[in-house]
Ligand binder design. Structure first.
Ligand SMILES: [Zn+2]
Length: 265
């Protein structure tokens, strides 16, 4: 029996590109070396704040969204200028502030409060960088898993009849925005067809579209019952909303036999 081992570190996620904004060349070299050892090779560097902001802007324009290691003190502008600038361009950017200041100091508390993701104590040590990367990878993995779950749910909800975006989002317990990202992806590959300005009836109380005709009331009156907040209301009080709707192209049935269960609402 032979056991094959490999010295290559197995990355659980695709390594993200990295931008280091740091004026000390020695520290840049050290960080690069550590990051390389952790499997990260796509690394860009800037030695001043303004240069870093420009480089970040260029990367985003080129559809590259780096993790940013930002030195607190820079020769031209400090982290309090660079950080909000980067977050304004791309709010979900993970910015790690590197500083010799202690974590409890007011300056550090301020940048964390203003959206820095993590704090890296100088002098830079390998295990510190490793910890930061581990936290980032765990978070990216969790986000990826969650996205995969939502995609799977959306796949199972799409039918050959139109389903509104609000309903898809509510059934998958996600935001309309996130659902739309994936639905647009499906649309661009020709798997689904969209329809604009579809009227959907929603709850007069909570706005949910998960409502049904209420059989406990006089059905002829067409009263509704909200499955989300449990409120009963007259059909005339129901809120009408306009939304997009999607249906799957018949040949792309995600689930075998799903056409047997006609979607009704
Ligand atoms: Zn409701």
């Amino acid at each position: 029996m032979s056991i094959i081992t490999t010295s290559n570190r197995m990355l659980s996620v695709q390594p993200h590109p990295i931008l280091i904004i740091e004026d000390s060349l020695a520290i840049v070299m050290l960080m690069k070396e550590y990051l390389n050892a952790l499997g990260y090779y796509d690394i860009q560097t800037a030695s001043a704040g303004k240069e870093g902001m420009q480089l970040f802007e260029n990367l985003v324009k080129a559809n590259t969204f780096p993790i940013v290691f930002l030195d607190y003190n820079l020769p031209d502008v400090d982290a309090n200028v660079v950080l909000p600038h980067i977050l304004k361009i791309k709010p979900e950017t993970k910015i790690i502030i590197a500083t010799a200041l202690e974590k409890g100091e007011q300056e550090v508390k301020d940048v964390i409060m203003h959206g820095a993701y993590l704090y890296l104590q100088k002098p830079i040590r390998f295990d510190n960088i490793q910890n930061v990367i581990k936290i980032l990878e765990d978070e990216f993995n969790a986000a990826k898993e969650q996205t995969a779950k939502v995609k799977e749910q959306i796949d199972s909800i799409l039918k050959p009849t139109f389903v509104t975006l609000n309903r898809i989002a509510e059934l998958c317990n996600t935001s309309g925005e996130k659902a739309l990202d994936y639905l647009k992806e499906l649309e661009s590959t020709g798997k689904v067809i969209s329809l604009n300005n579809v009227e959907e009836t929603s709850c007069s109380n909570c706005g949910s579209v998960l409502i049904e005709k209420d059989s406990n009331f006089d059905v002829s009156n067409g009263d509704y019952h909200c499955l989300r907040c449990n409120k009963r209301f007259e059909a005339s009080k129901a809120k009408k909303i306009m939304t997009k709707a999607f249906r799957i192209k018949a040949k792309y049935n995600f689930q075998a036999g799903s056409t047997q269960h006609r979607y009704s609402y």
